[in-house]
Ligand binder design. Structure first.
Ligand SMILES: CC(C)(COP(=O)(O)OP(=O)(O)OC[C@H]1O[C@@H](n2cnc3c(N)ncnc32)[C@H](O)[C@@H]1OP(=O)(O)O)[C@@H](O)C(=O)NCCC(=O)NCCS
Length: 146
């Protein structure tokens, strides 16, 4: 599959929200995505096929030397082909240009694919937060130094 990565534009928010709904039970709404996109500290990247089909996205908010990875998702039919890894690497590159030194995130302990992606990219768990999610699941807090 031929893909390319670019920054989010305002016109992408609708299709990102649609993919978000397919990927998460607690999906961000179009409004929440738009609000976050509008912040000046926002960085959003997406990955699309040659025929402009959205297959994945990632976004983060930075504050000086720290950033929080907010969401990463790849369409179910496109998983396991390295696209999540490509998105992470592109985000790291952007963050380095902005002089970000550390990226933080939270992940459900049951999310084996995401944990494998993060650990493979050098994130380490700093603590487990009990009942972090609305459904009572615990989260691992992770950090990576760029
Ligand atoms: C997490 C997610 C983004 C990974 O995307 P992906 O494109 O499938 O990831 P990649 O193909 O780049 O794989 C990354 C690594 O994870 C591993 N991996 C992928 N799926 C896996 C699974 N189901 N179980 C264990 N490891 C898995 C791969 O082997 C790969 O390891 P490597 O880098 O050592 O080769 C994707 O599964 C997804 O969108 N899940 C739903 C949304 C989600 O949970 N997002 C994260 C929480 S915000």
């Amino acid at each position: 599959m031929q893909v390319s990565i670019r920054e989010w534009q305002i016109g992408d928010i609708g299709k990102i929200a649609a993919l978000e709904k397919q990927c998460f039970s607690d999906a961000w709404t179009e409004e929440q995505l738009f609000q976050t996109f509008s912040r000046k500290e926002f960085c959003g990247l997406l990955i699309e096929t040659d025929d402009k089909r959205l297959v994945g996205y990632v976004c983060a908010i930075s504050a000086f030397e720290d950033a929080d990875l907010l969401i990463i998702a790849v369409a179910e039919t496109a998983r396991g082909q390295g696209l999540g890894g490509k998105l992470m690497d592109a985000l790291f590159e952007k963050m380095r240009l902005q002089k970000v030194e550390r990226i933080f995130l939270e992940v459900r302990l049951s999310n084996a694919a995401a944990l494998a992606l993060y650990e493979g990219r050098g994130f380490t768990t700093t603590r487990v937060r009990k009942k972090y999610y609305a459904d009572g699941e615990d989260a691992a807090e992770m950090v990576k130094t760029l």
